[in-house]
Design a binder for this molecule. Sequence first.
Ligand code: GLV
Length: 343
Amino acid sequence: MSAAQADPYPGPLPRAGEGASRRLSTFAFLHPIEPAQLQVYLDAFPGVEFLQLDGDALPQGLERAQAGAISWVGPPVDDILAAGRSLQWLHQRGAGIDRIATPALVASDVLLTNGSGNHAINIAEHVLGLMLAFARQFPALLRAQGERRWTPPAAGSLFELSGQTLAVIGAGALGCAVAERAAAFGMRVHGVRRSPASEPPPGFVAMAAMDALDGVLREADHVVITLPLTAETRGLFSTARIAAMKPGAHLYNVGRGAIVDQGALLEALRAGHLAGAGLDVTDPEPLPADSPLWAEPGVVITAHSSGLTPRSYARYQALLLDNLGRFMRGEELLNLVDKRRGY
Ligand code: GLV
C-alpha cells in the first residue's frame, strides 16, 4: 500500500469540536426498513423528512437527501450517488464495505460510516459455537439423530478447546470479541493484525503483524479469519498459506469468502491436512448448490447468518441515531471508514 493510500480519509466535514451545525432536512433509507423501525427515527428527529425505498426503486426525492443508510441488499451504490446529488454522508449497515465501495463512492466527497462493532457479540458467539460443534462432533451427532441412530462418537474424535491455541486473523472489534470469549474457554489466543499495538488487547496472549502470519498459523489448532475484504486480503489464504497451517487444524471464516482460496481449502480438507472448516461466508454467495464444499465432511456452512440477531439490529439503530445527532451538531461521526483503505 502506498503512503498516499495510507493517509486517513480527508473528509470535507469538520472534526469534533470544530464544527458548525449541519443542515439535515432529508435522510433516505436505502435498505428495506420496517414501519416500527422507521417510527423510531421519526420520533427522534421530527424535523427531518425520512425517505424510504419503494420496493427496489430509489426513493422519490432522493436528490433532496443530505444523508442516507445503505446496505448491500438495496439499490446499487452508483445509482444512489447519481440520483442523490446532495448526499454528504452514507451509513453502511454492516461492517464490510467491499460490496459498496465502488470507485465512484471512493472518489466522491461522500463520507462513509459503517456498522463495525454492532455484530461483534453475535459473530463471536457464532465462532465459539462452530468451535464447540467440532470439539463435540455435533455435525455427526445431528446426522445420526436425523436417522434415529444412537451413535456416540469415538472418544478420540472429541477434543477440548481448553489448552488449545487459537489464531485470530484481524483484531478489530470482532476479533477482540472472539479472543475474549475463547480465552474464557481456556484457549491461548494469538492475534495477527496490520498494525499491532504494543499491548495485546484483552484475551490475547500476543499480537503479531501480518508478516508473521505463517509463523502464527503453524502453531494454531484453530484459525479464525475476521478480516475485511481488501486488495491486500483477497486470496490471503492461498494454497501455500493453508499449507503453512498446523496439520489437523480447523479454519473458520466470518470475514469474506474471497479471502480464502476455496479450491485450496477443499484440497487441504480432502488430503487430511485440515480437520474442518466453519464457513459463514463463501465466494460466491449464495454458495452454488453444486459446490463440493456442501458435501465435504468436516465443513459446516452457516449461510452468512452470524451477524443476525435482533440485538445487533438494536445496536445498529443506536449507532445511526447517535450519528444523526452528531451530523446535525457538526460533530465527528462515529465509525468513519477510510474508503481507500477499505475499512
Ligand atoms: C457482514 O457481513 C458485515 O459486513 O457486517
